[in-house]
Write a protein that binds this ligand. Structure first.
Ligand SMILES: C[S@@+](CC[C@H](N)C(=O)[O-])C[C@H]1O[C@@H](n2cnc3c(N)ncnc32)[C@H](O)[C@@H]1O
Length: 213
C-alpha cells in the first residue's frame, strides 16, 4: 500500500490531548516526589540512550508532548531539532511553557506517528518516548515501526513497557481492574513479541535500558 492510499491509524487514547489535558500533562511530571523522581530517571536513561546512539545531530522528538525532553535534546548546540505530535494543543503548550531559548531550537509540526509528513531518512534519530505502550494491536505497532524505520536513517530511541518485571506486573493488574474505562489506555507488551516485531520491521536492537534494573 503506498502512502497516498494508506488510512491513518487512529488510537482511542489520542483524542484526549486537548488544551486542558496538555496543561495537565505539562504539570504532571513536576508534581510530587515519585513523579519527579521518575522524570529524573527518564532523563537519565535518555541521556544514556543518546550517547549509545552516537549523539545524533538531527533528531525528531515524536511524540513531543509538552516538550518534557526539550532541554535535554537541546543541550548539544549543533543539533538540528524537530518536534511533532498528533495534538496541536500539546505542541502549543510546549512552545508556551518551555524556556523560549529552548523552544526556539525546535521546528514543530502536527502529524500522526503512523503517517509522518516528512521524507524518507528525514533524521538520524527518532526520539519516541511514551507512545508505543499505548498501541495495543500488533498491526498498529507494525505500521508505527515501519513509519519510524522509514523516517530515520540510523536509530530510534523508543520506550515501552515489557513483561517480566514488577512495574509491568503492577500495571497489568491495574489495567485489568479498570473495568469502567471505555478503552485500555496502556499495554504491557511481552518482550518476545515486541522483539519479534522489531526484527520483522527490519530493525536491530543495539541496547536495552531498564527503568529499574
Ligand atoms: C504520554 S504522552 C508522551 C509525550 C512525550 N514523549 C513525553 O514522554 O513526555 C503521549 C503523546 O502522544 C501523542 N499522540 C497520541 N497519538 C498520537 C499519534 N497517533 N501520533 C503522534 N502522536 C500521538 C499525544 O498527543 C501525547 O502528546
Amino acid at each position: 500500500m503506498n502512502r497516498a492510499q494508506s488510512e491513518t491509524t487512529k488510537l482511542a487514547f489520542s483524542e484526549k490531548y486537548d488544551e486542558i489535558h496538555a496543561r495537565r500533562y505539562f504539570d504532571k511530571h513536576e508534581q510530587g516526589f515519585w513523579r519527579r523522581l521518575s522524570n529524573w530517571r527518564d532523563h537519565q536513561i535518555c541521556t544514556k540512550a543518546l550517547k549509545i546512539a552516537g549523539n545524533p545531530k538531527r533528531i525528531l522528538d515524536m511524540p513531543c508532548g509538552t516538550g518534557r525532553f526539550w532541554d535535554l535534546l537541546a543541550k548539544d548546540p549543533e543539533r538540528k531539532l524537530w518536534a511533532s505530535d498528533n495534538s496541536q494543543e500539546v505542541i502549543n503548550a510546549a512552545l508556551k511553557f518551555r524556556p523560549p531559548e529552548t523552544a526556539k531550537r525546535f521546528e514543530t509540526f502536527k502529524g500522526s506517528a503512523f503517517d509522518l509528513p516528512v521524507e524518507d531518512d528525514f533524521v538520524q534519530s527518532i526520539f519516541c518516548i511514551r507512545l508505543l505502550h499505548h498501541v495495543g494491536a500488533h498491526e498498529d505497532r507494525m505500521k508505527l515501526l515501519a513509519e519510524l524505520a522509514r523516517v530515520t536513517s540510523d536509530t530510534i530511541i523508543i520506550s515501552l513497557w515489557v513483561d517480566g518485571n514488577i512495574a509491568a506486573w503492577k500495571r497489568k493488574r491495574l489495567e485489568a481492574k479498570r473495568k469502567g474505562k471505555q478503552y485500555q489506555n496502556r499495554f504491557v507488551i511481552p518482550q518476545i513479541t515486541i522483539e519479534d516485531e522489531f526484527r520483522e520491521s527490519g530493525l536491530t536492537i543495539e541496547a536495552r535500558l531498564d527503568f529499574i534494573k
